[in-house]
Design a protein around this ligand. Structure first.
Ligand code: C2O
Length: 549
């Protein structure tokens, strides 16, 4: 195994998109940031140097960080942020993961421009992909969102007004909106393929606030991995990814030589404003130019057919096909049976304040799990406070395992249930306990797909369904044989999803909706997994350069 050293200089860089230049926070001046390429078993040593004007942290999304929460990155959860002028070296090892992950800033909305791919190939000792056909080429596609304004200003404004933040002005593929947007056709990304070639596409949803459909005109996609775990291969015209999720697909260039759009647009189940534009890149067959150029400077590309924005059936059918390649070890006996409602809410304004209460009917938006709207600590990180034995004043451990009241979660919910309480609450798990969580969407304000991400773990997705979870009937239909292993899973709109994992990684681990407008409204909680016996089951000591608050 190898050790890879990198220096990530976080700095302000002028970036021009949609005819406008604005200073964006980047890593090493690159947008998107550098791609990390490693093999299973390798280690990474990444020194982050903060030359920007914001506090920042970096997160390696999907890396388990066994006994090493210090390298995980979410601000005020496992570390205090790196202040302007400061630096911190993230050190971690890849253990039993192959496929595509990514990294991103985990402070406020800085991940809008601070993100990149993390590619994990099979180890040299057994260097082959377990795919039905072996790809000759690889293309990594980071799907993102672009705002004409500084995303941090968009967030600050929403925080001030209590309204929903402005939607983005473009979706992007590897930072480029593509030729369906103004001023973008020159920069549209073109990927050359030879006829008959097999390509591995690594697709990452790094958008801030939007689930996306992705497809390639006239081409079938064979799904082979998701969230750096292999899947049972299946063929599809379109894939759906929530923010945070990755999907690896094989594509065979088996169509007549031409230019084909690779495109993504929103999958939006919520009854709310969203960016309804389409981002594109072009898959260009090497022998296609003379056929399609026709005297124009650019060939007309063949459009991709994507599902309608509200096509929940296609999204659900896609998700249902995900399975592990063979039988896996799902925990069967459960020690911790948790039921979490996830959804939005509204805070009433005590005194009408037209400036600060611009949510629906003079309210402020909020979001919660089990009616607790998460508040990030400010004076210390949860992990540092816990490790030093000083949690008091930073967090409490009374996060409720079930919602305070039972109600018809997906029905016509009475207004009395719309207001959560605020708190920085963690839920304690004993080392090695077997955990099941039912994530239940609510129809408070609106039903919505909430892509839930758990730090420090991969979990099995054992079941999903519409309406209210019914333990008597739904449990019987769980897939305990070959469920997919993920780090992020959508709680379907007006439905539920069930996950299982063994709490074998001690530390403070954030679980949250990966839609960033929901995190800042409080759709998050923390698991505090206790040490087991002996040092091999305990959190390692923190690195000396761990930032302090
Ligand atoms: Cu992709 Cu909490 O992170």
């Amino acid at each position: 195994a190898e050790v890879h050293f990198h220096e990530f200089v976080i700095q302000e860089t002028p970036v021009k998109r949609l005819c406008r230049v604005h200073n964006s926070i980047t890593v090493n001046g690159q947008f998107p940031g550098p791609t990390l390429e490693v093999r299973n078993g390798d280690s990474l040593v990444i020194t982050a140097i903060n030359k920007a004007r914001y506090n920042i942290t970096l997160h390696w999304h999907g890396i388990r960080q066994m006994r090493n929460p210090w390298a995980d990155g979410p601000e005020y959860i496992t570390q205090c942020p790196i202040q302007p002028g400061g630096s911190y070296t993230y050190k971690f090892t890849i253990e039993d993961q192959e496929g595509t992950l990514w990294w991103h800033a985990h402070s406020r909305w800085l991940r809008a421009t601070v993100y990149g791919a993390l590619i994990i190939r099979p180890p040299l000792s057994s260097p082959h992909y377990p795919f039905p056909v072996i790809p000759k080429r690889e293309i990594t596609l980071l799907l993102g969102e672009w705002w004409d304004r500084n995303p941090m200003d968009v967030l600050n404004l929403a925080q001030f007004t209590g309204a929903a933040p402005n939607i983005s002005d473009a979706f992007t593929i590897n930072g480029q909106p593509g030729d369906l947007y103004r001023c973008s056709s020159q920069e549209t990304l073109r990927f050359l393929v030879g006829s008959g070639e097999i390509v591995l596409l690594r697709v990452i949803n790094s958008a801030l606030n939007q689930e996306l459909f992705f497809g390639v005109a006239n081409h079938k996609l064979t799904v082979v991995a998701a969230d750096a775990s292999y899947t049972k291969p299946f063929s599809t015209n379109v894939i759906m990814l929530g923010p945070g999720q990755t999907t690896d697909v094989l594509l065979t260039a088996d169509q007549p030589p031409a230019h084909y759009y690779m495109a993504a647009h929103a999958y939006n189940s919520a009854n709310a404003a969203f960016d309804n534009t389409t981002t594109t890149a072009i898959l260009k067959y090497k022998d296609a130019s003379c056929v399609t150029l026709q005297g124009k400077s650019q060939a007309q590309a063949i459009p991709a057919q994507l599902p309608g924005f509200n096509d929940t059936a296609t999204a659900a059918a896609f998700t249902a096909q995900m399975k592990s390649p063979s039988k896996v070890k799902v925990p069967l006996e459960i020690d911790e049976n948790l039921f979490f409602t996830v959804g939005l809410g509204l805070f009433n304004c005590p005194t009408p304040n037209t400036q600060r209460c611009q949510g629906p009917n003079g309210t402020r938006f909020t979001a919660s799990i089990n009616n607790v709207s998460f508040v990030f600590p400010k004076q210390n990180s949860i992990m540092q406070a816990y490790y030093q034995g000083t949690p008091a004043g930073v967090f409490t451990t009374d996060f409720p395992p079930t919602p305070p009241v039972t109600f018809d979660y997906t029905g016509n919910v009475s207004r009395g249930l719309w207001q959560p309480t605020r708190g920085t609450k963690a839920y304690k798990l004993k080392f090695n306990s077997k955990v099941q969580i039912i994530l239940q969407d609510t129809s408070i304000v609106t039903t919505e797909n909430h892509p839930m991400h758990l730090h420090g773990y991969e979990f099995y997705v054992v079941g999903t369904g519409v309406g209210n979870f019914n333990p008597n009937t739904d449990t019987a239909s769980f897939n305990l044989i070959d469920p997919p292993r993920r780090n992020t899973i959508g709680t379907p709109p007006g439905g539920w999803v069930a996950i299982r994992f063994v709490a074998n990684n001690p530390g403070a681990w954030l679980m949250h909706c990966h839609i960033d407008s929901h995190i800042f409204w409080g759709l998050a909680m923390v698991f505090l997994v206790e040490n087991g016996e002996g040092h091999l089951q305990s959190v390692q000591s923190p690195p000396l350069d761990l930032p302090q608050c």
